[in-house]
Design a protein. Structure first.
Lengths: 127, 127, 127, 127
DNA sequence: GTGGTCTAGACCACC
DNA sequence: GTGGTCTAGACCACG
């Protein structure tokens, strides 16, 4: 999977990496149990510091998306806790997005379709 | 309208203020043309520096949500440009939220309902 | 001549008045020697403080655009010093405008036409 | 590139900085992708507070002229959206300038030449 | 090292 | 009274 970094972005690089890997997991490009590139390899590929990649992996690990192993490096978690809830932070973000969408005059139908499109991009195949 | 700030949040205070005012506009608690608290009053109420509030107001102004007037202070815009589009940043955020929701096992129906609930909270009354 | 004030503008009201009167003189809506409304009348018409209109008139007077007279109030200057030069401030503003136009990809021809259009709006008839 | 500030000017310092950098971009003294001085360095050079420079950079960033990067500081955008339009504010300013030029007796030909001269000062080299 | 945030307190122009 | 600007100095996250 290709990780691309936007240079001018306000989002820290380690967050961008983290987000793209989560996205990859959600749409099936990264399968449960699949091996991730080593910290060093990914850092070199993107052209950034290994510390930055390492931080991204640490976060992914602490969030339960990946597991790390001294021998085999990092792998995607093979089964996820499916509590079916959004984090408080994501709820707040969603509120922000929706409030701006409403003010901009976007109808609920159009917004719903946009979400549905994102929702149907690939599917997780686990267990 | 009450503005509440979470101290430990990684979202800057001025952004929190900005977001809550946009939310207030979108759900009708702040009506078009309505007067906002003065920079000094809001700063004192929240217990922060006037500069921080001022920065929030300037962002809101540059985004077209409010107008500032030397006479009467800050007021909510009386009419918004309704282009019916999300910003690129919001699209990216929405993707992130949805990818995480999917992995957590949240079904499309549940997510849709959550969004619909936010969407129906109050309505903008354009004049 | 109708003077209209934009509420949310960054330009101070007295400047807006001043600019519109200068514009009126340049395009012929205000003829040399023509009587301007009294400070009080204009203030009431626009719905602002008399001080503000008074300040606008003072500036116009100091710039030589109008003359004031205890009896007949304010009148447009009947003949202007035609030195055919821009002020240093206007040169700087023009540079700013042109630099932004260039970066935005506006061609010299299009810019020239825009200027020409403004230039031909009405004509001064004096002497 | 040298940034010079006029102390008595009614244009805020951060705006003067902003304008001069835009000018530098438009006439090619600042090339796309080129590194700008750091906030601290520029502040010290001019003899002002870092906040003031920072504000200038943030405006330039929000206008799309530069990007800021935690790694390498601030850099000129490498490609600009070329919509070929003036902002409403610039149109208004241009009207004001032209109205005053006309009254001062400046002929269209002289004004046109002045503009053309500014227009031909350097050229943007987009990559 | 970089830019980003925030404070406390000051002064200004506008109305 | 209002918002806007600026300072001096601090602390933070990022890389």
């Amino acid at each position: 999977m290709v990780i691309s970094i936007r240079d001018g972005s306000d989002i820290p690089i380690y967050q961008q990496i983290r987000n793209q890997i989560v996205l990859g997991i959600s749409d099936g490009r990264l399968q449960p149990g699949e091996q991730l590139p080593t910290v060093r390899a990914l850092a070199e590929e993107i052209g950034i510091n290994t510390m930055t990649v390492s931080k991204a992996y640490q976060i992914l690990k602490s969030e339960g998306y990946i597991i790390t192993d001294r021998r085999s490096g990092a792998r995607v978690q093979s089964s996820f806790r499916r509590q079916g809830e959004m984090t408080a932070e994501n709820k707040e973000l969603l509120r922000k997005i929706i409030s701006e969408a409403k003010i901009s005059g976007m109808s609920w139908e159009v917004f719903r379709e946009e979400c549905e499109r994102y929702y149907s991009e690939g599917n997780i195949v686990d267990e």
